[in-house]
Design a protein around this ligand. Structure first.
Ligand code: GLU
Length: 287
């Protein structure tokens, strides 16, 4: 017997779900292929997550005809899990405190000129990477704000194996965890970044196939490194195409006209939503 697939749909309750989310949810459900389909609320950003959006997610997904397992994992209830992972990374010596403000980083990047670019913009120039243990301790003791960054080069040095990962639609990738540079993994007000929380959660939830939009494909390089460092099981991935609007721009949450609830209010049926997704997805590159 082959192992039952476990997939998940992981929305952030920071806005109404739109056609793009409907597609992602239906895709994850379909890929579970009779196995387990889970939902996870990515509500770590307490300043943007709202209870009414959370309730709407369940309402919209049920309206679409989806069923999922209970209980739903809410990231904001599991900060302890992320702290344990951070402590492990700290123990490996691959984290360092970064005291730079956004502005200082921008200035440093401008000064250096020609800064290497990552998927989210210019990479962090590494200003705080080589500060002495003494200086770090002193500044932390003085109450200076800091974020914890991953020293990617050092982390890669610790991982002996050749890191590979598989996208079921695209094949095997050689991991390039450096694409985001020394990413922030935690801040005072956000005890785990998306990257850290997602690998911890996928492991704890026993996800075997991570399905998500191709806009997150590059993040998988970094996630693969974090899994190796934390000794987590490695799932497979399938990155899907994105639904776009008339101008070819990917849908954003502020594009309220296309929210599932506004379509429903206009009298659309779940079948019409499914059909619309089929038509739209023909226009985007599917693996
Ligand atoms: N919460 C992410 C989003 O809304 C999904 C992350 C993931 O599936 O890994 O785009």
């Amino acid at each position: 017997m082959t192992k039952a697939e476990v997939t998940r749909f992981a929305p952030s309750p920071t806005g109404w779900l739109h056609l793009g989310h409907a597609y992602a949810a239906l895709f994850a459900h379909e890929q579970a292929a009779g196995g387990r389909f889970l939902i996870r609320l990515e509500d770590i950003d307490g300043t943007r997550a709202r209870a009414e959006y959370e309730a709407a997610i369940f309402e919209d997904l049920a309206w679409l005809g989806l069923e999922w397992e209970q209980p739903v994992r809410k990231q904001s209830e599991h900060f302890e899990d992320y702290r344990v992972a951070l402590t492990k990374l700290e123990g490996l010596g691959v984290l360092y405190p970064c005291f730079c403000t956004r502005r200082e980083i921008q200035e440093e990047i401008a000064r250096a000129g020609n800064a290497p670019q990552g998927p989210d913009g210019p990479l962090y120039p590494g200003t705080c990477r080589s500060r002495s243990a003494e200086e770090r301790a002193q500044r932390m003791a003085a109450g200076e704000q800091y974020a914890l960054r991953l020293d990617v080069a050092k982390a890669m040095g610790l991982v002996n194996e050749d890191l590979e990962w598989t996208d079921r639609g695209r094949g095997v990738f050689q991991a390039q965890p450096g694409v985001f540079g020394d990413v922030v993994l935690a801040r005072k007000d956000t005890p785990a970044s998306y990257h850290l929380a997602v690998v911890v959660d996928d492991a704890l939830q026993g996800i075997t196939l991570v399905t998500r939009g191709e806009d997150l494909l590059e993040a998988t390089h970094l996630h693969r490194l974090l899994q190796a460092l934390l000794g987590l099981p490695v799932p497979e991935w399938r990155h899907h195409g994105l639904i776009v609007d008339e101008n070819g721009k990917r849908l954003a949450k502020r594009d309220d006209a296309r929210s599932l609830r506004s379509l429903r209010a206009e009298g659309w049926t779940p079948e019409q939503v499914r059909n619309m997704i089929k038509i739209q997805i023909d226009h985007v590159k599917l693996p």
